[in-house]
Each structure stands twice: as structure tokens, then as C-alpha cells.
Design a protein around this ligand. Structure first.
Ligand SMILES: [Zn+2]
Length: 471
């Protein structure tokens, strides 16, 4: 263990030296006449390319009663076009030695293929074809709707902590659509029609509502002629609906939810604090440049590692928990959360966790973070980011997330300068801003009453019909 850790430290030092010379992601960016934005990140180390298309639409754009349509549409995108019937695209990608997949989140729906660079023209042809020519009938739609209903039963409905967090999030976000589950509520999935999906597809799938992100062994000059004969032929759609967000109103009181579910094996203690993302402040407030970077550092100092304050206080010194961490998700179109999560040790009642965490936070807010903590966090985060960008898939993912959340490429490398310039005063200021009592949502879930100690259950979870054989 010691040896490995030593090696990791040495590599961190080497990387930091490299980064001081101005390391940043290199890219080309241009827009086709039909409005399709293209970002090319050249990476010549292997003759492979990751091709992806990101639509500026996700679960956050869904209407109540039709939740999950973004994800449903993602499924339908594999159901074929007149030129490439169902299953054909998968076969072609496989035959060409590639892999493909898709993902849906709150802010985006994205599709990607990773292939040998010579196969890129075929991928451009396939992906641009299904941007506009999806073939959908009830015979295709209804069985796939059942697949999605089953997916929900096997994932969220079968997992007690997923079921719980779904209920907590819908209360934490009382107005904002981040309170919708990405997969959709079960009753909404049951009610979708083919026309719901077609409307969604026609309204949001368009070159002027999408970004191509390519990472690999090619450059913009090689790519442009290939794009003209593929994506370039797809017409701009004038009725594309641009994103609007409901502002989550300010709160005066914290929210606390304590629930019990007999299926829970490991109790949950989790706190969400309302926090600004890189693109939107809490309750519609403007975002201050650098705040997201400061919160990222705060999460590292508070609970990002085994040397963090929460780990020391709850795991090492207090012997209350097996894990105590904090995390922050900056890349969101809307306001986001700063999270603290504790996994209590077996036999420790949950009423003991809150006061222990509160003590750590009170000390942090009173005395602030130290220079040594800030320096260590900067080094770690810089190294983590460098490793992450070394992988073409991760680079593609970061760029796509950034752009669909509302960023632009001119700002993509900005965090490095912000990180370098960050002071302890910046971190202390965002800590006071975010770790405020009224923005807090506490979520506790146990399997047995005895695990609660002095706490009382105050949230009744919806019962879910058994979906697998009881055991
Ligand atoms: Zn799915």
C-alpha cells in the first residue's frame, strides 16, 4: 500500500510540473450552415475516433405527466430508419470493429460510437440518418415502451435507496424539473403513446439543437468534407423549442426526511445542500465566476479523500462511520447540489451522525480552510483532471456535458486559471454561501427502527408491487 501511494504522489508531482507549462485541451470548433455545432479534439496516439452527437434535451425538459420521454426516445433511436432497419446499425458498428451506446441525463441525450478512424464516414452516415429519419409505428413503439417499463421495475423499483432518493429529490426540487426521475414515473411510462415520442423527436432532434463531439485521430480539415455529405444534408428545424427552466424558489427552512424500508441492508445518511452550478445560481441567482471551482475544492477538502475533514472526524477519530464523503456536481444547466454522504458503522444509530457532521461544518465555517489543505486539494484535482482527459471517451463526455449544460468551448479550459488563482478566502466564502441551514435537505433511510436511535420516521415511501420472486 505504502509503495503504491508513494508512486502515485510522484506521478502527481510530475504532472503538476507539466501542467504549469500551460496544459489545456486543444480543439477546433465550427458550425455547419444548418446550425450543427462541431467540436473536434485531435488525439493522434491511436488510429481510433470517438464520434458523438449531443442533443440539448434531457429529462429536465419534460412536462409533468410525460416524464421519462427523453430516455424513451433514446431507446427508440435504435429502432431503425427506412435505410437502416432495426438492428442494422448495431450490426454495422460491430462489423466495423466498433462499440456504440447512448445516454440520457437531465441536461442531454447523447449517442456515441468508438471506431477505427477509417470507419468514421460510415458512422457519420448512420448517425445523421437517424437524426431525421426515425421510423416509428405502434408495432415498434409499444413493445419498446414495455421494455422501458420493465427497466424501471428492475432498476429504481427494485432498489430501496433509489426509490427513496427519487422521493427525496421530488421534494428537494419542488418546482424545478430536476425533481423528475430520468427514467420517468411508472404511471407516465404506462401512458406514453407513439405520438408523444414522435413529437419529442421532431421538436428536439435537429442539427440546430445538437453538437457533434469528435475525439480522435483526425482534424477539422479532414472532417469538413465528410460532414457536408452526411450531417450537412439534414435540414435545420425552425420549430426547435429552446430550453426554459422553472426557478426553484428560495426556502426558509431545511427539509428532513427519515424513512424506513425493510429491504434496506445498509442505512443511508445523506445531505444535499442547494448550490450554484457553473451556469445557474440558487433560486435563479446569477453565478459568480469561480464559485463552481471553489465549491469543487471545498468538496475535496471536506470529504474528497482519506485525509479530508469528514473522513478524519467520522471514520478515523469518531469511529462512527465506514465512509464519510462530500461531492459537488458543477456541470448542470440549472442549480445543483453539494452533497455529504455518510455510511454509518454497523451498530451506530443514525441519530449520532448529524451532530458529528454538524461539528465538522461548524469548525470549518468558523475557522476556514488552511493553506496546506488548499494546496493539497489543488494538486489532487489537477492530477485527477489530467488523468481523466487522457481517455478519449472521458474527454468526449466532458466536452458534451459542458456544452449541453450551457457552456462554450472558449470557457472550457477556464477552470485551470480559476483553480490556480483560488485563495482560502474564496473557499471560505462559498462554504458560507452553500452550507446554510435553509438550503439543506437531509435524507435518512434505514431497514429497522432500532437503527434510528432517537429519530422518528416522517416519510412514508410508496409501496412498489413485487417484480421479482420473493426471497
Ligand atoms: Zn434505458
Amino acid at each position: 500500500m505504502g509503495g503504491l501511494k508513494g508512486l502515485a504522489m510522484m506521478m502527481v508531482a510530475m504532472l503538476t510540473t507539466g501542467l504549469e507549462k500551460g496544459w489545456a485541451m486543444q480543439f477546433d470548433e465550427f458550425t455547419l450552415d444548418n446550425g450543427l455545432r462541431v467540436v473536434v479534439v485531435p488525439d493522434t496516439r491511436v488510429p481510433v475516433v470517438t464520434h458523438s452527437v449531443w442533443y440539448n434535451v434531457g429529462a429536465m425538459d419534460e412536462k409533468p405527466g410525460k416524464t421519462g420521454l427523453a430516455h424513451m426516445t433514446e431507446h427508440l433511436m435504435f429502432k431503425g430508419t427506412p435505410r437502416y432497419p432495426a438492428g442494422e446499425m448495431d450490426k454495422i458498428v460491430q462489423r466495423k470493429g466498433g462499440v456504440q451506446n447512448a445516454f440520457t441525463s437531465y441536461d442531454f441525450t447523447a449517442y456515441f460510437q468508438k471506431v477505427p478512424v477509417g470507419e468514421l464516414p460510415t458512422m457519420l452516415d448512420l448517425e445523421s440518418d437517424r437524426m431525421v429519419n426515425l421510423h416509428l409505428t405502434d408495432e415498434i413503439f409499444q413493445p419498446e415502451r414495455k421494455v422501458v417499463a420493465e427497466e424501471r421495475k428492475l432498476t429504481t423499483d427494485s432498489d430501496p435507496s433509489d426509490r427513496f432518493f427519487e422521493q427525496v429529490l421530488r421534494r428537494h426540487y419542488s418546482a424545478h424539473t430536476y425533481g423528475h426521475p430520468i427514467i420517468g414515473w411508472g404511471e407516465d411510462i404506462a401512458g406514453y403513446t407513439k405520438d408523444d415520442a414522435l413529437d419529442w423527436y421532431r421538436t428536439h432532434y435537429a442539427p440546430n439543437n445538437a453538437t457533434l463531439v469528435m475525439v480522435g485521430d483526425m482534424n477539422a480539415a479532414q472532417l469538413k468534407p465528410l460532414l457536408e455529405t452526411t450531417y450537412g444534408r439534414v435540414a435545420r428545424v425552425d420549430h426547435v423549442v429552446s430550453r426554459t427552466q422553472t426557478v426553484e424558489p428560495a426556502r426558509t427552512k431545511p427539509l428532513e426526511f427519515v424513512a424506513m424500508d425493510a429491504q434496506v441492508k445498509v442505512p443511508v445518511w445523506h445531505t444535499l445542500y442547494r448550490a450554484p452550478s457553473a451556469f445557474q445560481g440558487v433560486a435563479g441567482a446569477a453565478v459568480k465566476d469561480g464559485d463552481a471551482t471553489a465549491l469543487w475544492v471545498l468538496a475535496e477538502i471536506l470529504g474528497g479523500s482519506d485525509t479530508s475533514r469528514l473522513h478524519k472526524a467520522l471514520v478515523l477519530d469518531g469511529q462512527l462511520a465506514d465512509e464519510a464523503t462530500s461531492s459537488y456536481d458543477a456541470v448542470r444547466a440549472g442549480e445543483t447540489t453539494f452533497d455529504i454522504s455518510v455510511q454509518p458503522k454497523d451498530g451506530v444509530t443514525l441519530d449520532r451522525i448529524g451532530p458529528a457532521v454538524a461539528k465538522v461544518l461548524a469548525m470549518l465555517l468558523a475557522d476556514g480552510v488552511t493553506d496546506a489543505e488548499l494546496k493539497r486539494a489543488k494538486t489532487t484535482l489537477l492530477a485527477d483532471e489530467t488523468y481523466a482527459r487522457d481517455d478519449s471517451f472521458t474527454s468526449m463526455y466532458r466536452v458534451g456535458m459542458w456544452l449541453t449544460a450551457g457552456g462554450d468551448m472558449a470557457d472550457f479550459n477556464r477552470w485551470q486559471d480559476e483553480l490556480a488563482a483560488l485563495t482560502t478566502a474564496d473557499v471560505n466564502r462559498v462554504a458560507k454561501l452553500v452550507l446554510a441551514e435553509q438550503g439543506r435537505t437531509l435524507a435518512i433511510l434505514v431497514g429497522k427502527k432500532a437503527q434510528l436511535g432517537a429519530l422518528q420516521v416522517n416519510l412514508t415511501l410508496p409501496t412498489v408491487a413485487a417484480t421479482t420472486t420473493a426471497h
